[in-house]
Design a protein around this ligand. Structure first.
Ligand SMILES: [Zn+2]
Length: 209
């Protein structure tokens, strides 16, 4: 293969329009008659299958990536069937890829000359790297931050998990199914202040109760 592709990682917090960017990219490829494929790791099996959907209302079909999917084999099979691979592969929610699947994508880039564009979160609600994101930071050719702004004006850093009353939660499973409204992207300073407020409130004597 003479094509030279790249493995890209575009990361941002929740609400930074990553999915909208992916779908815009897909639209632009269609406008120019360029072939591409979309993929997304399966997290919530209650979701509509095979669709990447943005809050702004656009959507595209995608192939689902299961925890045991070998992405190199998947792409090689497409090559064997069609005799060619699209020049662009777009991956949504790339933080949920297994590290091995990121390695498989890197091999797809190197062996088939595709461009693989991964969109995802940097860290979970406890500010720790997701496994898939860690591997992308380690081996991607190109890394780009999609910035968004906290209500205070600083750059959002943390995907804070909140309960129904808006209190920040710092314990629980890394992935909670079906709770996208349970997150709020905030800057590091607001995250710290909100946790201090919460802990102060919890420490107050419950007078009058
Ligand atoms: Zn802030």
């Amino acid at each position: 293969m003479n094509r030279i592709g790249k493995l890209y990682f575009r990361y941002g917090t929740m609400g930074s329009a990553k999915t909208a960017m992916l779908l815009t990219q897909a639209y632009n490829f269609e406008e120019r008659g360029m072939a591409y494929l979309c993929f997304k790791p399966v997290i919530d099996t209650r979701e509509d299958k095979n669709v990447i959907r943005s809050r702004i209302g656009i959507e595209r079909e995608c192939q689902w990536i299961y925890p045991d999917t070998n992405l190199y084999d998947t792409i090689r099979n497409i090559f064997d069937e069609r005799g060619a691979i699209p020049a662009w592969l777009l991956i949504d929610e790339a933080q949920f890829l297994a590290p091995e699947q990121v390695d498989q994508l890197a091999r797809v880039v190197d062996d088939f000359g595709c461009n693989v564009m991964c969109y995802g979160l940097r860290t979970d609600f406890t500010t720790r790297l997701f496994e898939g994101s860690r591997r992308l930071f380690e081996i991607a050719d190109s890394i780009e931050e999609i910035k968004s702004t906290c209500t205070c004006g600083r750059k959002t850093i943390v995907n804070a998990r909140i309960d129904s009353s808006g209190t920040i939660l710092t314990e629980g499973a890394q992935v909670e199914i079906g709770g996208n409204d349970r997150y709020m992207a905030v800057c590091r300073k607001c995250w710290t202040n909100k946790r201090i407020e919460r802990d102060t409130r919890n420490a107050l004597p419950l007078e009058g109760l």
